[in-house]
Write a protein that binds this ligand. Structure first.
Ligand SMILES: *[C@@H]1O[C@H](CO)[C@@H](O)[C@H](O)[C@H]1NC(C)=O
Length: 134
């Protein structure tokens, strides 16, 4: 009676952690927006399926965020960019979240994705990168 219950519980805990993960690492040496949570759901990604990225962090300095760029690269080839306009000023020390909803590519193979926040002059406020295989 006890063992099946334990197995069911373990499966439940495992599947929950597998569907949501904080992944990747900073690709900006001195970011002014420090990311402390970068969650991709569902994880691992499924080909052609819509997925969400939830980013949570803090602005070290006052910043005007013009755009959020999403870049993806297949087999170390060219970067393909999409962006969303933000046009929001954030106070020094303020906490802010960003969400991205995007469709996973269809080709099998290794990918690298990069999310970055940009100022008016296109300089980077923050950058985050992660790899995956489809
Ligand atoms: C950002 O997300 C966190 C975690 O979900 C939440 O606690 C916080 O209130 C959010 N901050 C803003 C500014 O929406």
């Amino acid at each position: 009676m006890k063992l099946p219950f334990l197995i069911a519980l373990l499966v439940c805990v495992y599947s929950e952690s597998a569907l949501e993960a904080t992944i990747g690492e900073s690709c900006e040496k001195n970011p002014n927006y420090v990311i402390n949570s970068f969650v991709v759901t569902p994880w691992p990604l499924i080909r052609t399926q819509q997925y969400n990225i939830f980013i949570s962090g803090v602005f070290i300095e006052k910043e005007y965020v013009k755009q959020l760029y999403f870049a993806t690269r297949f087999k170390r080839g060219f970067w393909h960019y999409t962006y969303q306009s933000v046009y929001v000023e954030y106070e020094k020390g303020s906490q802010a979240n960003f969400t991205i909803s995007i469709q996973a590519p269809s080709e099998k193979g290794p990918y690298t994705d990069q999310v970055s926040l940009h100022r008016h002059d296109f300089s980077k406020i923050a950058c985050w990168q992660y790899d995956y295989d489809l």
